[in-house]
Design a protein around this ligand. Sequence first.
Ligand code: FAD
Length: 346
Amino acid sequence: MMSENNKNKSVVVVGGGIMGLGTAFHLSERGYRVTLLEKQKDVAKVASYINGAMICPSMTASWASLSLLSKNKGELRRIQLSRDVVTDHKFWRWGLWFTYNCLWPGKVQQNDAAQQQLGLYSMKCLQNLEEVYGETLSHNKTASNTLRLYYTEEDLKKFFKSSQAKFWEKNGHPFVKLSPEEIKDMLPSLDQQNLETYHPSGRNLVGGVINKPAIDSSGDIHEFCQNLKKLCLKNDVTIKTDTGVKEILTEGYGKNRVISGVLCQNGKIETGDIYVLAAGIMVNPLGRTIGVNLPIYPLKGNVVTVPLKVNYNVISAMGSYVRVWGICQFIRNLWSLTSTVLIMDH
Ligand SMILES: Cc1cc2nc3c(=O)[nH]c(=O)nc-3n(C[C@H](O)[C@H](O)[C@H](O)COP(=O)(O)OP(=O)(O)OC[C@H]3O[C@@H](n4cnc5c(N)ncnc54)[C@H](O)[C@@H]3O)c2cc1C
Protein backbone atom coordinates (compact mmCIF):
# COMPACT_ATOMS: atom_id res chain seq x y z
CA MET A 1 0.00 0.00 0.00
CA MET A 2 3.10 2.21 0.14
CA SER A 3 2.64 5.01 -2.38
CA GLU A 4 5.44 7.15 -3.78
CA ASN A 5 3.15 10.21 -3.46
CA ASN A 6 2.77 9.71 0.26
CA LYS A 7 6.39 8.90 0.99
CA ASN A 8 7.52 12.44 1.60
CA LYS A 9 4.35 13.74 3.24
CA SER A 10 4.47 14.29 6.96
CA VAL A 11 1.46 14.12 9.30
CA VAL A 12 1.10 15.45 12.83
CA VAL A 13 -1.53 13.58 14.84
CA VAL A 14 -2.68 15.30 18.05
CA GLY A 15 -3.89 12.77 20.64
CA GLY A 16 -2.92 9.16 21.31
CA GLY A 17 -6.24 7.45 22.10
CA ILE A 18 -7.72 4.75 19.87
CA MET A 19 -8.56 7.36 17.19
CA GLY A 20 -5.09 8.93 17.10
CA LEU A 21 -3.23 5.62 17.26
CA GLY A 22 -5.49 4.06 14.62
CA THR A 23 -5.03 7.05 12.31
CA ALA A 24 -1.25 7.09 12.85
CA PHE A 25 -1.01 3.35 12.17
CA HIS A 26 -3.09 3.37 8.97
CA LEU A 27 -1.31 6.45 7.60
CA SER A 28 2.11 4.91 8.36
CA GLU A 29 1.00 1.74 6.51
CA ARG A 30 0.29 3.97 3.50
CA GLY A 31 3.75 5.49 3.61
CA TYR A 32 3.19 8.79 5.43
CA ARG A 33 5.81 9.98 7.95
CA VAL A 34 3.78 10.34 11.15
CA THR A 35 4.45 12.14 14.43
CA LEU A 36 1.92 11.54 17.20
CA LEU A 37 1.72 14.03 20.09
CA GLU A 38 0.20 12.87 23.37
CA LYS A 39 -0.35 14.99 26.47
CA GLN A 40 -0.21 12.11 28.99
CA LYS A 41 2.85 10.08 30.01
CA ASP A 42 1.68 7.20 27.79
CA VAL A 43 -0.84 6.71 25.01
CA ALA A 44 -4.41 5.49 25.67
CA LYS A 45 -4.74 6.79 29.21
CA VAL A 46 -8.03 8.69 28.88
CA ALA A 47 -11.27 7.37 27.28
CA SER A 48 -9.28 4.61 25.56
CA TYR A 49 -7.88 3.28 28.84
CA ILE A 50 -10.92 1.49 30.23
CA ASN A 51 -14.33 1.49 28.62
CA GLY A 52 -17.38 -0.75 28.59
CA ALA A 53 -15.53 -3.31 26.41
CA MET A 54 -18.52 -3.66 24.08
CA ILE A 55 -18.16 -3.85 20.31
CA CYS A 56 -21.81 -3.90 19.28
CA PRO A 57 -22.53 -2.75 15.72
CA SER A 58 -25.92 -4.49 15.91
CA MET A 59 -27.04 -1.93 18.50
CA THR A 60 -26.04 1.21 16.63
CA ALA A 61 -28.76 3.87 16.81
CA SER A 62 -28.84 7.61 17.21
CA TRP A 63 -29.40 8.79 20.80
CA ALA A 64 -31.03 11.93 19.39
CA SER A 65 -34.39 10.17 19.22
CA LEU A 66 -37.42 10.67 21.46
CA SER A 67 -38.49 7.02 21.17
CA LEU A 68 -35.00 5.75 22.13
CA LEU A 69 -34.79 8.21 25.04
CA SER A 70 -38.23 7.23 26.33
CA LYS A 71 -37.25 3.53 26.24
CA ASN A 72 -34.07 4.24 28.22
CA LYS A 73 -35.29 6.41 31.09
CA GLY A 74 -32.87 4.61 33.44
CA GLU A 75 -29.88 5.77 31.37
CA LEU A 76 -31.16 9.36 31.41
CA ARG A 77 -31.57 9.36 35.19
CA ARG A 78 -27.86 8.53 35.46
CA ILE A 79 -26.81 11.72 33.65
CA GLN A 80 -25.85 14.65 35.90
CA LEU A 81 -26.05 18.33 35.03
CA SER A 82 -23.99 20.66 37.21
CA ARG A 83 -24.68 24.37 37.63
CA ASP A 84 -21.63 25.44 35.61
CA VAL A 85 -22.88 23.32 32.68
CA VAL A 86 -26.41 24.76 32.83
CA THR A 87 -24.99 28.29 32.63
CA ASP A 88 -22.72 27.44 29.66
CA HIS A 89 -24.11 28.79 26.36
CA LYS A 90 -22.17 26.06 24.50
CA PHE A 91 -24.21 23.43 26.32
CA TRP A 92 -27.47 25.07 25.19
CA ARG A 93 -26.19 25.38 21.64
CA TRP A 94 -25.43 21.66 21.66
CA GLY A 95 -28.85 21.04 23.32
CA LEU A 96 -30.64 22.89 20.50
CA TRP A 97 -28.76 20.84 17.90
CA PHE A 98 -29.68 17.63 19.76
CA THR A 99 -33.35 18.67 20.00
CA TYR A 100 -33.42 19.58 16.29
CA ASN A 101 -32.10 16.10 15.48
CA CYS A 102 -34.77 14.54 17.74
CA LEU A 103 -37.70 16.50 16.27
CA TRP A 104 -37.03 17.44 12.64
CA PRO A 105 -39.06 15.08 10.41
CA GLY A 106 -36.89 12.31 8.97
CA LYS A 107 -33.76 13.24 10.95
CA VAL A 108 -33.88 10.27 13.36
CA GLN A 109 -34.23 7.80 10.47
CA GLN A 110 -31.43 9.53 8.56
CA ASN A 111 -29.11 9.48 11.62
CA ASP A 112 -29.99 5.85 12.40
CA ALA A 113 -29.23 4.85 8.80
CA ALA A 114 -25.86 6.64 8.94
CA GLN A 115 -24.98 4.95 12.25
CA GLN A 116 -25.95 1.54 10.89
CA GLN A 117 -23.76 2.02 7.80
CA LEU A 118 -20.91 3.09 10.08
CA GLY A 119 -21.50 0.03 12.29
CA LEU A 120 -21.38 -2.30 9.28
CA TYR A 121 -18.27 -0.62 7.90
CA SER A 122 -16.52 -0.75 11.32
CA MET A 123 -17.37 -4.43 11.67
CA LYS A 124 -15.82 -5.18 8.27
CA CYS A 125 -12.70 -3.15 9.15
CA LEU A 126 -12.27 -5.04 12.43
CA GLN A 127 -12.71 -8.41 10.67
CA ASN A 128 -10.10 -7.35 8.13
CA LEU A 129 -7.66 -6.27 10.87
CA GLU A 130 -8.17 -9.62 12.64
CA GLU A 131 -7.45 -11.49 9.41
CA VAL A 132 -4.38 -9.48 8.44
CA TYR A 133 -2.74 -8.87 11.82
CA GLY A 134 -4.08 -11.73 13.98
CA GLU A 135 -2.50 -11.89 17.42
CA THR A 136 -0.29 -8.84 16.85
CA LEU A 137 -3.45 -6.73 17.13
CA SER A 138 -5.27 -8.84 19.68
CA HIS A 139 -7.90 -7.19 21.85
CA ASN A 140 -8.91 -10.05 24.14
CA LYS A 141 -12.06 -10.84 22.22
CA THR A 142 -14.33 -12.82 24.51
CA ALA A 143 -18.09 -12.35 24.11
CA SER A 144 -19.42 -13.64 20.81
CA ASN A 145 -22.99 -12.33 20.51
CA THR A 146 -25.59 -10.12 22.18
CA LEU A 147 -28.83 -11.59 23.45
CA ARG A 148 -31.80 -9.23 23.82
CA LEU A 149 -34.60 -10.35 26.11
CA TYR A 150 -38.27 -9.42 25.59
CA TYR A 151 -41.03 -9.45 28.15
CA THR A 152 -44.03 -8.64 25.91
CA GLU A 153 -45.01 -10.13 22.55
CA GLU A 154 -45.79 -6.63 21.31
CA ASP A 155 -42.21 -5.39 21.93
CA LEU A 156 -40.79 -8.46 20.25
CA LYS A 157 -42.98 -7.97 17.15
CA LYS A 158 -42.09 -4.26 17.05
CA PHE A 159 -38.40 -5.12 17.11
CA PHE A 160 -38.69 -7.28 13.99
CA LYS A 161 -40.34 -4.34 12.18
CA SER A 162 -37.56 -1.91 13.23
CA SER A 163 -35.04 -0.44 10.77
CA GLN A 164 -32.31 -2.10 12.81
CA ALA A 165 -33.74 -5.61 12.22
CA LYS A 166 -34.34 -4.87 8.52
CA PHE A 167 -30.84 -3.43 8.04
CA TRP A 168 -29.01 -6.46 9.44
CA GLU A 169 -31.27 -8.88 7.57
CA LYS A 170 -30.44 -7.08 4.32
CA ASN A 171 -26.75 -7.27 5.16
CA GLY A 172 -26.63 -11.01 5.85
CA HIS A 173 -26.84 -11.03 9.67
CA PRO A 174 -30.58 -11.44 10.41
CA PHE A 175 -31.94 -11.37 13.96
CA VAL A 176 -33.31 -14.76 14.93
CA LYS A 177 -36.06 -15.31 17.52
CA LEU A 178 -35.36 -17.55 20.51
CA SER A 179 -37.96 -19.08 22.81
CA PRO A 180 -37.57 -18.82 26.61
CA GLU A 181 -36.52 -22.52 26.62
CA GLU A 182 -33.81 -21.91 24.01
CA ILE A 183 -32.55 -18.95 26.04
CA LYS A 184 -32.42 -21.09 29.15
CA ASP A 185 -30.42 -23.76 27.28
CA MET A 186 -28.08 -21.09 25.98
CA LEU A 187 -27.49 -19.64 29.43
CA PRO A 188 -27.47 -22.60 31.80
CA SER A 189 -25.96 -20.48 34.57
CA LEU A 190 -29.20 -18.45 34.69
CA ASP A 191 -32.22 -20.38 35.89
CA GLN A 192 -35.73 -19.65 34.64
CA GLN A 193 -36.60 -17.76 37.79
CA ASN A 194 -33.63 -15.41 37.32
CA LEU A 195 -34.73 -14.64 33.78
CA GLU A 196 -38.35 -14.14 34.70
CA THR A 197 -37.72 -11.88 37.65
CA TYR A 198 -35.06 -9.89 35.79
CA HIS A 199 -37.64 -7.47 34.44
CA PRO A 200 -38.69 -4.91 37.09
CA SER A 201 -42.36 -5.20 36.07
CA GLY A 202 -42.29 -8.90 37.02
CA ARG A 203 -43.57 -9.88 33.53
CA ASN A 204 -42.72 -13.29 32.14
CA LEU A 205 -40.04 -13.70 29.54
CA VAL A 206 -41.58 -14.20 26.08
CA GLY A 207 -38.40 -14.65 24.04
CA GLY A 208 -35.21 -13.08 22.82
CA VAL A 209 -33.22 -12.26 19.68
CA ILE A 210 -29.64 -12.83 18.52
CA ASN A 211 -27.89 -12.26 15.20
CA LYS A 212 -26.97 -15.25 13.03
CA PRO A 213 -24.11 -15.14 12.08
CA ALA A 214 -23.06 -13.11 15.12
CA ILE A 215 -21.93 -9.49 14.82
CA ASP A 216 -21.20 -8.28 18.34
CA SER A 217 -18.25 -9.08 20.54
CA SER A 218 -16.22 -7.55 23.34
CA GLY A 219 -12.72 -6.18 23.46
CA ASP A 220 -10.09 -4.74 25.75
CA ILE A 221 -9.44 -1.27 24.36
CA HIS A 222 -6.22 -0.84 26.36
CA GLU A 223 -4.69 -4.06 25.01
CA PHE A 224 -5.73 -3.08 21.48
CA CYS A 225 -4.18 0.40 21.84
CA GLN A 226 -0.93 -0.95 23.28
CA ASN A 227 -0.69 -3.34 20.31
CA LEU A 228 -1.44 -0.48 17.91
CA LYS A 229 1.37 1.49 19.57
CA LYS A 230 3.82 -1.40 18.97
CA LEU A 231 2.82 -1.57 15.29
CA CYS A 232 3.15 2.23 14.98
CA LEU A 233 6.69 2.09 16.42
CA LYS A 234 7.54 -0.75 14.02
CA ASN A 235 6.41 1.52 11.16
CA ASP A 236 8.69 4.32 12.47
CA VAL A 237 5.88 6.52 13.77
CA THR A 238 7.42 9.05 16.19
CA ILE A 239 5.38 9.00 19.39
CA LYS A 240 6.02 11.94 21.71
CA THR A 241 4.34 11.53 25.09
CA ASP A 242 4.16 14.23 27.77
CA THR A 243 3.73 16.57 24.81
CA GLY A 244 0.44 18.42 25.06
CA VAL A 245 -0.55 20.77 22.26
CA LYS A 246 -1.30 24.25 23.57
CA GLU A 247 -2.25 26.04 20.39
CA ILE A 248 -2.80 25.47 16.68
CA LEU A 249 -0.78 28.03 14.74
CA THR A 250 -2.02 29.49 11.46
CA GLU A 251 -0.77 31.86 8.79
CA GLY A 252 -2.49 33.82 6.04
CA TYR A 253 -6.01 35.27 6.02
CA GLY A 254 -9.50 34.29 4.85
CA LYS A 255 -9.53 31.45 2.35
CA ASN A 256 -5.73 31.41 2.32
CA ARG A 257 -5.47 30.77 6.07
CA VAL A 258 -3.60 27.51 6.64
CA ILE A 259 -2.22 25.65 9.65
CA SER A 260 1.47 26.35 10.00
CA GLY A 261 2.22 24.18 13.03
CA VAL A 262 1.19 23.24 16.55
CA LEU A 263 2.69 24.84 19.63
CA CYS A 264 3.38 22.30 22.38
CA GLN A 265 3.36 22.91 26.12
CA ASN A 266 7.15 22.41 26.16
CA GLY A 267 7.49 25.45 23.87
CA LYS A 268 8.42 23.42 20.76
CA ILE A 269 6.58 23.79 17.46
CA GLU A 270 5.74 20.65 15.43
CA THR A 271 5.06 21.04 11.74
CA GLY A 272 3.73 18.76 9.02
CA ASP A 273 1.95 18.72 5.66
CA ILE A 274 -1.23 17.37 7.24
CA TYR A 275 -2.67 17.76 10.77
CA VAL A 276 -5.10 15.36 12.44
CA LEU A 277 -6.98 16.43 15.55
CA ALA A 278 -7.78 13.27 17.56
CA ALA A 279 -7.75 14.77 21.03
CA GLY A 280 -11.00 13.17 22.27
CA ILE A 281 -13.04 15.56 24.39
CA MET A 282 -10.37 18.24 23.90
CA VAL A 283 -11.10 18.46 20.16
CA ASN A 284 -13.51 21.38 20.54
CA PRO A 285 -11.39 23.62 22.82
CA LEU A 286 -8.47 23.16 20.40
CA GLY A 287 -10.54 23.33 17.22
CA ARG A 288 -12.41 26.48 18.25
CA THR A 289 -9.12 28.42 18.24
CA ILE A 290 -9.06 27.99 14.44
CA GLY A 291 -12.82 28.24 13.89
CA VAL A 292 -13.62 24.50 13.87
CA ASN A 293 -16.61 23.96 16.16
CA LEU A 294 -18.15 20.48 16.18
CA PRO A 295 -21.70 20.00 17.54
CA ILE A 296 -20.54 17.87 20.48
CA TYR A 297 -20.54 18.42 24.26
CA PRO A 298 -18.40 16.19 26.49
CA LEU A 299 -19.96 13.61 28.76
CA LYS A 300 -17.77 11.94 31.39
CA GLY A 301 -18.58 8.31 32.22
CA ASN A 302 -17.69 6.77 35.57
CA VAL A 303 -16.65 3.14 35.73
CA VAL A 304 -15.54 1.12 38.72
CA THR A 305 -13.79 -2.26 38.60
CA VAL A 306 -14.53 -4.55 41.55
CA PRO A 307 -13.41 -8.09 42.44
CA LEU A 308 -15.97 -10.87 42.14
CA LYS A 309 -15.62 -12.35 45.61
CA VAL A 310 -19.09 -13.87 45.81
CA ASN A 311 -20.70 -16.05 43.16
CA TYR A 312 -23.45 -13.84 41.71
CA ASN A 313 -23.91 -16.02 38.61
CA VAL A 314 -21.89 -13.47 36.66
CA ILE A 315 -19.50 -14.48 33.90
CA SER A 316 -16.97 -11.68 33.43
CA ALA A 317 -14.67 -11.07 30.48
CA MET A 318 -12.20 -9.79 33.12
CA GLY A 319 -11.97 -13.10 34.98
CA SER A 320 -12.23 -12.43 38.71
CA TYR A 321 -13.15 -8.75 38.27
CA VAL A 322 -16.30 -7.10 37.02
CA ARG A 323 -16.80 -3.59 35.73
CA VAL A 324 -19.71 -1.49 36.95
CA TRP A 325 -20.93 1.56 35.04
CA GLY A 326 -22.18 4.45 37.16
CA ILE A 327 -23.44 7.95 36.49
CA CYS A 328 -22.37 10.22 33.61
CA GLN A 329 -21.75 13.94 33.92
CA PHE A 330 -21.72 16.71 31.34
CA ILE A 331 -18.35 18.43 31.82
CA ARG A 332 -17.68 22.11 31.22
CA ASN A 333 -14.21 22.75 32.61
CA LEU A 334 -12.21 20.40 30.42
CA TRP A 335 -8.81 21.86 31.09
CA SER A 336 -9.01 20.69 34.71
CA LEU A 337 -10.29 17.22 33.82
CA THR A 338 -8.18 14.30 34.98
CA SER A 339 -9.08 10.65 34.64
CA THR A 340 -9.34 8.45 37.71
CA VAL A 341 -9.16 4.70 37.51
CA LEU A 342 -10.52 3.02 40.60
CA ILE A 343 -9.97 -0.64 41.30
CA MET A 344 -11.60 -1.59 44.59
CA ASP A 345 -10.38 -4.51 46.62
CA HIS A 346 -13.03 -4.64 49.32
C1 FAD B 1 -17.18 4.93 30.67
C2 FAD B 1 -17.06 4.70 29.19
C3 FAD B 1 -17.49 3.50 28.64
C4 FAD B 1 -17.41 3.31 27.26
N1 FAD B 1 -17.79 2.11 26.72
C5 FAD B 1 -17.63 1.87 25.41
C6 FAD B 1 -17.92 0.58 24.87
O1 FAD B 1 -18.32 -0.34 25.57
N2 FAD B 1 -17.74 0.41 23.53
C7 FAD B 1 -17.28 1.41 22.72
O2 FAD B 1 -17.14 1.18 21.52
N3 FAD B 1 -16.99 2.64 23.21
C8 FAD B 1 -17.14 2.87 24.53
N4 FAD B 1 -16.81 4.10 25.05
C9 FAD B 1 -16.36 5.15 24.14
C10 FAD B 1 -14.89 4.95 23.75
O3 FAD B 1 -14.13 4.53 24.84
C11 FAD B 1 -14.39 6.29 23.22
O4 FAD B 1 -15.23 6.70 22.16
C12 FAD B 1 -12.97 6.20 22.66
O5 FAD B 1 -12.07 5.67 23.61
C13 FAD B 1 -12.52 7.62 22.27
O6 FAD B 1 -11.24 7.54 21.74
P1 FAD B 1 -10.49 8.86 21.33
O7 FAD B 1 -9.17 8.47 20.79
O8 FAD B 1 -11.39 9.72 20.50
O9 FAD B 1 -10.34 9.68 22.72
P2 FAD B 1 -9.33 9.43 23.93
O10 FAD B 1 -9.09 8.00 24.19
O11 FAD B 1 -9.79 10.28 25.05
O12 FAD B 1 -7.97 10.00 23.34
C14 FAD B 1 -7.71 11.37 23.20
C15 FAD B 1 -6.24 11.56 23.55
O13 FAD B 1 -5.89 12.92 23.25
C16 FAD B 1 -5.02 13.36 24.27
N5 FAD B 1 -5.06 14.83 24.28
C17 FAD B 1 -6.06 15.64 24.70
N6 FAD B 1 -5.73 16.93 24.55
C18 FAD B 1 -4.49 16.93 24.02
C19 FAD B 1 -3.61 17.96 23.66
N7 FAD B 1 -3.93 19.24 23.81
N8 FAD B 1 -2.40 17.62 23.16
C20 FAD B 1 -2.05 16.31 23.00
N9 FAD B 1 -2.85 15.29 23.35
C21 FAD B 1 -4.06 15.59 23.84
C22 FAD B 1 -5.58 12.73 25.53
O14 FAD B 1 -4.61 12.70 26.56
C23 FAD B 1 -5.97 11.35 25.04
O15 FAD B 1 -4.94 10.41 25.18
C24 FAD B 1 -16.89 4.32 26.43
C25 FAD B 1 -16.43 5.53 26.99
C26 FAD B 1 -16.52 5.72 28.37
C27 FAD B 1 -16.01 7.02 28.94
